[in-house]
Design a protein around this ligand. Structure first.
Ligand code: NAD
Length: 274
């Protein structure tokens, strides 16, 4: 997600600094962005000029100090609350501009909780992008308890005017709008496979051909990542206690076995490793 967000921002002319936790991850992230841009260039979605400018707008670093003068930081690290707390404390410390905004791409952690570990809760906001970021236009904007109207308006303008995205306002509770509706649907599809009531292929064909969805629920779960899907389901269940949010055993088992969907090469479907 971080690579996609960085690519989209850089493609729209913004100067972007990408921070990773180690050198290997930094190289992998840079490679992911370059490959995505090469695909866009190869299919004539962007010109050679945009390709060159986009790469020119990107800087890669392991040092949070590279962010001191940033106007907006979008955190997209793994969905682990303690890790996000650490990163938010660090970002709050290094950002020097008074009105700098600290945003999170979290899928399920409350923005008010992230804001509470900073000295700038009025300038902390959720900016929830969708995967793949260069393709999907939606961005959910989530205001925490202390987020100011000015912050919400600034990120709304950033998303719609600078990135040409479609922002919607979503409540600061588990699942926001889209995952609250989507996750029970994905879990229901997994329950059908688990109970041997239908094949993964037939379930996905049903939703693609019968409901004109661009992708079936199991391919979508693979794309999101089965570990991320499980984490979001567990978080939603913890908050809302609804039976349809209990993660199916099959999903838990696949995650334990390292079958995480596209990123691991195997999930409900198999993928050639990139
Ligand atoms: N996968 C999706 O479809 C999706 C969609 C919307 C939002 N999200 C959210 O986006 C976030 C990232 O999800 P993802 O699927 O891209 O996860 P991922 O595990 O693929 O990527 C996380 C990246 O963060 C890096 N990282 C970890 N700790 C770091 C640190 N302390 N400093 C800098 N970098 C660090 C990792 O090296 C890794 O490259 C999560 O909060 C997730 O809930 C995911």
């Amino acid at each position: 997600m971080g690579a996609g967000i960085a690519e989209v921002c850089a493609r729209h002319g913004l100067l972007v600094t990408v921070i990773e936790r180690d050198a290997n991850a930094l190289v992998a992230g840079e490679e992911r962005i370059r490959k995505s841009l090469e695909r866009a260039l190869g299919s004539n979605k962007i010109t050679q000029g945009v390709f060159d400018d986009t790469l020119g707008n990107l800087t890669f670093s392991l040092d949070y100090a590279a962010l001191t003068q940033s106007d907006l930081v979008i955190e997209a690290i793994a969905e682990v609350e303690e890790l996000k707390f650490e990163v938010f404390r660090e970002l709050d410390r290094v950002l020097e501009k008074d009105n700098a905004i600290l945003a999170s791409n979290t899928s399920s952690i409350q923005i008010s909780r992230l804001a509470s570990v900073t000295q700038r809760p009025d300038r902390v906001v959720g900016l929830h992008f969708f995967n793949p970021v260069p393709v999907l236009r939606l961005v959910e904007i989530i205001a925490g308890e202390a987020t100011s109207t000015d912050t919400v308006e600034r990120v709304r303008a950033f998303a719609s005017e600078q990135l040409e995205k479609k922002p919607i306002l979503a409540p600061d509770r588990a699942g926001f709008v889209v995952n609250f509706l989507l996750i029970p649907y994905l879990l229901s599809a997994i329950r059908l496979v688990e109970a041997n009531l239908a094949t993964a292929e037939d379930i996905d064909t049903g939703m693609v051909e019968g409901c004109a969805h661009p992708m079936g629920p199991l391919a979508l779960a693979d794309l999101i990542g089965l570990d991320t899907t499980l984490f979001i389901a567990d978080t939603l269940f913890e908050d809302l206690h609804e039976p349809q949010l209990v993660a199916p055993q099959l999903l838990c088992d696949m995650v334990t076995q390292g079958k995480l969907g596209r990123k691991s090469g195997e999930g409900f479907f198999s993928y050639a490793k990139k």
